[in-house]
Design a protein around this ligand. Structure first.
Ligand code: ADP
Length: 447
């Protein structure tokens, strides 16, 4: 087992990894920008190294700084968390060249899944159902027109390098296609330096269902059921639950097996998530994330596992302890993302935390790097905490969420907490009757 791990991240996910290491008796190294000298992850780690000025590109995304922090501290492995360098194949390649273990899949698998066209082709070949669309990239508008006419509108133009909801444009009819095609291309070029796009049938009322998978890197893989992340604003998830109100045990076992078999066949190592749109009983693959997801705690709650400890074990070459026959979900878990944002515009609201109190009690988990007196810097993601509840069934989980929200105190800044009270009052949320468009419609109605 590793003696020392460096965590190439900040905020709640850095704490999540430090906690896993502490329980395994592994020393931890935090890295931080000058804006994060007082951050909780720096305080909680055994050692810390300053890796640069506030902007992410000069610190948490700086490969040379992180590799040298690893070398000066003597850390043998790096956990990337999510975001930042977690899906950067070039970074993983550099670590492979420096004999530093990356806690995650191989650079080859990251590269394969990071390009959405290659990912789709790979998954289709492995028997995973995909959204109908172009085979590979669409070179020009004429080809886009031909494909869209063939498929029927609406269609969506997506960047092969896309992520975070960027480089994606909807065309409801032929007259919108030109604009959507050029728009997706230029957005992709600006955001990712790659303007290759592809075209997909636009599904009108799907749910976003994702399957958690885990591979040992030697051909054995398991699935840990689904998470329903349909409640999204601007393609960003805000509320996630497991199991999905729309998936029964038989469907879970069927799609889960397809996914586990696919990643087993690939020889995939570590945690991964296969994302689908789900409509009228059919699954359509959209992408695979080759890292730990923000919403992994809902899976940990219902499957009673520690995904981060398992990632560390497998990266260290120890056998995977997960076995499909033992993996049965128990009860119901919900996560809500607490962002430092002012409603109703979701405007960033950084600032000093005048008071902080985390909810507790049976079935409540609060993953957050906040503390009283902490100043949230304006440079990074607005996620400041994840509140996760687990109970015997969905109605009890909803009741527990309401109770836990009532205990949460974050004074001094604005947060998205009021939105969750609002959601809990909605009949559709209580019954689980929502699609990926539900939240946008709900927010538009309120304006
Ligand atoms: P990103 O990597 O930018 O998050 P995804 O491919 O995961 O992009 O898609 C993000 C979201 O966009 C999905 O959860 C869904 O809400 C919407 N979306 C993507 N593809 C389609 C499609 N073919 N039809 C309808 N909605 C889609």
């Amino acid at each position: 087992m590793f003696k020392k791990i460096l965590i190439a991240n900040r905020g709640e996910i850095a704490l999540r990894v430090i906690r896993a290491c502490q329980e395994m008796g592994i020393a931890t190294v935090a890295v931080h920008s000058t804006a994060d000298s007082d951050a909780m992850h720096v305080r909680m780690a055994d050692e810390s190294v300053c890796i640069g000025p506030p902007p992410g590109t000069d610190s948490y995304l700086s490969v040379p700084s992180i590799v040298s922090a690893c070398e000066v501290s003597g850390a043998e492995a790096i956990h990337p968390g999510y975001g930042f360098l977690s899906e950067n194949a070039a970074f993983v390649q550099v670590l492979e060249d420096h004999n530093i273990t990356f806690i995650g899949p191989s650079s080859e698998h990251i590269r394969m899944m990071g390009d959405k066209i290659t990912a789709k082709e790979t998954m289709r070949a492995l028997g995973v159902p995909c959204v109908p669309g172009s085979e590979g990239g669409v070179p020009d508008l004429a080809e886009a027109r031909r494909l869209a006419d063939e498929m029927g509108y609406p269609v969506i133009i997506k960047a092969t390098a896309g992520g975070g909801g960027r480089g994606m444009k909807l065309a409801r009819s032929r007259s919108e296609l030109d604009h959507a095609f050029q728009g997706a291309r230029s957005e992709a070029k600006a955001a990712f330096g790659n303007d290759q796009v592809y075209i997909e049938k636009y599904l009108q009322k799907p749910r976003h269902i994702e399957i958690q998978v885990f591979g040992d890197g030697k051909g054995r893989a398991v699935h840990l059921g689904e998470r329903d992340c349909s409640l999204q604003r601007r393609h960003q998830k805000v509320f996630e639950e497991s199991p999905s109100p729309a998936i029964d045990a038989e469907t879970r076992a069927r799609i889960g097996k397809v996914c586990a078999d696919a990643v087993g066949e690939m020889g995939y190592s570590g945690a991964g998530t296969i994302e689908f749109l789900y409509e009228d009983g059919e699954f359509y693959f959209i992408e695979m994330n080759t890292r730990l997801q923000v919403e992994h705690p809902v899976t940990e709650a219902v499957y009673r596992v520690d995904l981060v400890q398992e990632q560390i074990r497998v990266a260290a070459g120890e056998p995977m302890t997960l076995h499909q026959d033992d993996l049965t979900p128990v009860g119901h878990a919900i996560e809500v993302r607490i962002n430092a944002e002012k409603l109703p515009e979701f405007r960033p609201s950084p600032g000093r935390i005048a008071a902080y109190h985390a909810p507790g009690g049976l079935g409540v988990r609060m993953d957050s790097a906040l503390y009283q007196g902490y100043s949230i810097p304006p440079y990074y993601d607005s996620l400041i905490g994840k509140l996760i509840v687990h109970a015997n069934d969905r109605p009890q989980a909803l009741a527990r969420l309401r109770r836990a929200l009532g205990e949460l105190i974050v004074d001094g800044i604005e947060t998205t907490t009021p939105l969750f009270y609002d959601l809990l009052d909605q009949a559709d949320i209580q019954t689980g009757d929502y699609t990926i468009h539900w939240l946008e419609k709900f927010l538009a109605r309120k304006d």
